[in-house]
Design a protein around this ligand. Structure first.
Ligand SMILES: Cc1cc2nc3c(=O)[nH]c(=O)nc-3n(C[C@H](O)[C@H](O)[C@H](O)COP(=O)(O)O)c2cc1C
Length: 373
C-alpha cells in the first residue's frame, strides 16, 4: 500500500510536499529586551523546514495575552522583524510556516505585564493548582500559581477580536504563509466555550452559540484581514489541560463550531486529542462528526507515530497529521519517518530552559553519521 503520509497535499494555494505537520510548541526563548524571536529561533525552525507545514509556537497577540516568561509576541515592530528572520530562514530551506495566535486568558500572572495588571477571562473564576513560568527578577523562569483573573467587559472582548486581526496582519507582514487561532488547551477561547467558567449575561455568554461567538467573530475578523484560506483554528475537544472540565455535550458543541467554521470557509480545522486516545479510533463518534461537519482540511494531533499516522490517513480520519514532541528532538523527522529510522528521545529538562541546548543541537541523521565516522 502506498504511503499517504509522504504524499503531496494542497492546503489552499499552498503546495505541501508531505502531510507531516510540525505542531505548535512554545519553547520560551524570546529575547528579554523585546520579547522577540532570536536568530536561534530562526535556526530552530529552518532545521525543521522539511515538514509539510510548520505551525510556529503559540504567540501572544498583545501584552495582555501573555501567560509565560519569554514567549515571543507579534504586536511590536521588533517582534515582526524577529519573525521576518524566521520566515525567511524557513522559506530559504524550502519550507512553509504558519504562526499560531494566542491569548492565554486566565492562565497568567500579574508580573508578566509591565503594568502589573491581572490575567483576564470570561469570569472571575480562577485556577486552583495550575502554575505558570515567570522571571520574578531571576534569570531562569520559576513556576508560580496563577493570579486570580478579572472578567473582561463586552467592549474589551471586542477589542481582543481587533488584537487578533492586527496580529494576523503583522504575521503576514512578517512573511508567514498563514495563521492559526489557538482555541485549544484551556486558553481564552476555550474558557469562553466552557459553561462552567463562562457565566456571562452579555452576547458572549449563555447557550453554545453565544459562548462560541467570540471565537467565530475573531475567525471572521482574521479571515477578513489575511484571506479565509490562510486561517486555521485549533481546538482540543474533551481536553482537561489548565483545569478545564470536559464539555457536557461535546458532539453538539464542537459540531456546531465545525459547521460554523465551515460556513466561514477558513482553511483548516486542527483537532488535538490531549489524551491521545479517541482520535486513533476511526469509529470515534466525535471524530466522525467533526469530519462530517467540516468539509475542508482537517489536521489531527496527539500521540501519533508513523503507523498511527498512516492508519489515520488511510481511514480518512484526517488530511494532515501533526507531530509535537518528536519534532523537538528530530529536526529531520520527515526523513526519519520515511525510512523508518530510529527517533532521538526528547529531553524534558531543556524544553523551556532557554539557550541552544535541547533547542538547536538535536542531530539530523546526516550529522549522526558524520559524528560516528
Ligand atoms: C513543549 C511543548 C509546547 C507546546 N506548546 C503549544 C503551543 O504553543 N500551542 C499549542 O496549541 N499546543 C502546544 N503544545 C501541544 C502540542 O502542539 C501537541 O499538541 C502535543 O505535544 C501532542 O502532540 P504529540 O503527542 O505529537 O507530542 C505544546 C507541547 C509541548 C510538548
Amino acid at each position: 500500500m502506498s504511503k499517504k503520509l509522504f504524499s503531496r497535499y494542497s492546503l489552499g494555494a499552498l503546495a505541501l510536499p508531505n502531510r507531516v505537520v510540525m505542531a505548535p510548541m512554545n519553547r520560551n526563548r524570546a529575547s528579554d529586551s523585546h520579547l522577540a524571536p532570536t536568530t536561534m529561533t530562526a535556526r530552530y525552525y529552518a532545521q525543521r523546514a522539511s515538514a509539510g507545514l510548520i505551525i510556529a509556537e503559540g504567540t501572544p497577540v498583545s501584552p495582555q495575552a501573555r501567560g509565560c516568561a519569554r514567549t515571543p509576541g507579534i504586536y511590536s515592530a521588533a517582534q515582526i522583524a524577529g519573525w521576518q528572520n524566521v520566515t525567511r530562514a524557513v522559506h530559504r530551506e524550502g519550507g512553509r510556516i504558519y504562526l499560531q495566535l494566542w491569548h492565554v486568558g486566565r492562565v497568567g500572572h500579574c508580573s508578566l505585564r509591565a503594568d502589573g495588571s491581572p490575567p483576564v477571562g470570561p469570569s472571575t473564576i480562577g485556577l486552583h493548582n495550575d502554575r505558570v513560568p515567570i522571571l520574578a527578577g531571576s534569570r531562569d523562569p520559576v513556576l508560580v500559581p496563577c493570579d486570580p483573573p478579572r472578567a473582561l467587559t463586552t467592549d474589551e472582548v471586542k477589542e481582543i477580536v481587533g488584537d487578533f486581526a492586527r496580529a494576523a496582519g503583522n504575521a503576514m507582514a512578517a512573511g508567514f504563509d498563514g495563521v492559526e487561532i489557538h482555541a485549544a488547551n484551556g486558553y481564552l477561547f476555550d474558557q469562553f466555550r466552557c459553561p462552567y467558567l463562562n457565566d456571562r449575561s452579555d452576547e458572549y455568554g449563555g447557550a453554545t452559540r453565544e459562548r462560541w461567538r467570540f471565537l467565530l467573530d475573531t475567525a471572521a475578523a482574521v479571515a477578513d484581514t489575511v484571506g479565509k484560506e490562510r486561517v486555521g483554528v485549533r481546538i482540543s475537544p474533551l481536553g482537561t489541560a489548565h483545569e478545564m472540565q470536559s464539555d457536557p455535550a461535546p458532539l453538539f458543541t464542537y459540531g456546531y463550531l465545525a459547521c460554523q467554521l465551515d460556513r466561514l470557509g477558513i482553511g483548516y480545522l486542527h483537532v488535538y486529542d490531549q489524551s491521545g486516545s479517541w482520535m486513533h479510533d476511526p469509529q470515534s463518534e466525535l471524530l466522525q462528526h467533526l469530519r462530517a461537519c467540516y468539509s475542508k482540511t482537517m489536521i489531527l494531533c496527539g500521540g501519533f507515530d508513523r503507523q498511527r499516522a498512516e492508519a489515520a490517513l488511510q481511514a480518512d480520519s484526517g488530511d494532515l497529521i501533526a507531530f509535537g514532541k518528536h519534532f523537538i528532538a528530530n529536526p529531520d523527522l520527515v526523513e526519519r519517518l520515511q525510512i523508518g529510522a530510529s527517533l532521538n528521545p526528547w529531553d524534558s529538562a531543556t524544553i523551556y530552559k532557554g539557550g541552544a541546548r535541547g533547542y538547536i543541537d538535536y542531530p539530523s541523521l546526516e550529522e549522526e553519521a558524520v559524528s560516528e565516522t
